[in-house]
Design a protein around this ligand. Structure first.
Ligand SMILES: [Zn+2]
Length: 285
């Protein structure tokens, strides 16, 4: 009788070598979580294990290493935090003040981190969760930041257009941002042709649906853009092939995150106000 394979060890970890030789770190990540989140990582792990099993040396059988030399350690840690908690860290979600150059720079850096996380998810095929998708969470983070704040920095659509495939949902979202929120002269001419085609699609779609006269369009475009973009967050996810139940689950999940993020944002804003009040009181002393 053939012996059956032993049950998977839920406590097993995978050694991940992260970063280049200038800044390389070792991380040990739950094998079960990696396998559960990505088909591509599951295949790599199983291949490395099959290679290790074939080794005569006992030591090489005990651990395998995944190579993440192209990934910055900070980005990898963001990914593993999401993997552990299925939640993006609060500092990536919350809106920053944009009243100084330094704060604008901080905002742009956080938006770059979000794009990097999204790109990591695409490159490593992190999409096995039916509900808890990393790419979905990143898009929701952009939507939340935009809800009561300015659009992404001008460099962000250009970054997205340079590194992502044209059909990615984040490209579609950024095309709308450029079409409706960013002034044409500053960004449009520096974008790749394929991306500008998406931008034009977005404009045409909006114009077709609203049938506005040009003067009316210019006056109301910005106001309706925000409403349209934020009306249904699931519109920006990848639901084309999903059944109704999955879509409803995602809508529920998204609603839950929005409420949670709003509560955190209120606390953050209140703390800022308290800090400013105490700074103001000190100035009078
Ligand atoms: Zn959705």
């Amino acid at each position: 009788m053939a012996s059956s394979a032993p049950p998977p060890d839920e406590t097993a970890t995978v050694h991940c070598s992260v970063g280049s030789f200038h800044y390389r770190v070792d991380r040990h990540v739950s094998r079960a979580l990696l396998v559960a989140c990505s088909t591509s990582l599951e295949e790599k792990i199983k291949f490395a294990e099959s290679q290790a099993t074939a080794q005569p040396c006992q030591e090489s059988k005990q651990s395998i290493t995944l190579d993440f030399s192209a990934t910055a350690p900070q980005l990898f840690d963001l990914f593993t935090t999401w993997l552990d908690t299925i939640e993006l860290p609060s500092w990536l979600i919350q809106r920053e003040d944009t009243n100084t150059d330094e704060r604008l720079r901080q905002k742009e850096l956080r938006e770059r981190e979000l794009v990097a996380l999204y790109t990591f998810a695409v490159e490593h095929d992190v999409d096995k969760h039916d509900v808890d998708k990393l790419r979905r969470d990143v898009i929701n983070a952009f939507l939340f930041r935009f809800e009561k704040g300015p659009p992404p920095a001008e460099s962000i659509p250009m970054l997205v257009a340079a590194i992502l495939d044209r059909e990615e949902p984040l490209i579609r979202f950024m095309a709308y941002m450029v079409a409706l929120e960013l002034p044409p002269s500053s960004v449009w001419e520096r974008l790749p042709f394929g991306f500008v085609a998406r931008v034009c699609d977005a404009v045409n779609k909006l114009e077709g649906e609203h049938r506005l006269e040009i003067s009316e369009r210019l006056a109301t475009r910005e106001a309706i853009a925000k409403v349209r973009i934020l009306a249904d967050w699931c519109k920006w996810h990848e639901h084309e092939g999903d059944d109704r139940e999955k879509q409803l689950t995602c809508a529920e999940e998204t609603k839950k995150w929005r409420m949670k993020w709003r509560e955190v944002q209120i606390k953050v804003d209140q703390e800022k106000e308290t800090d400013m009040d105490s700074e103001g009181s000190k100035a009078f002393l």
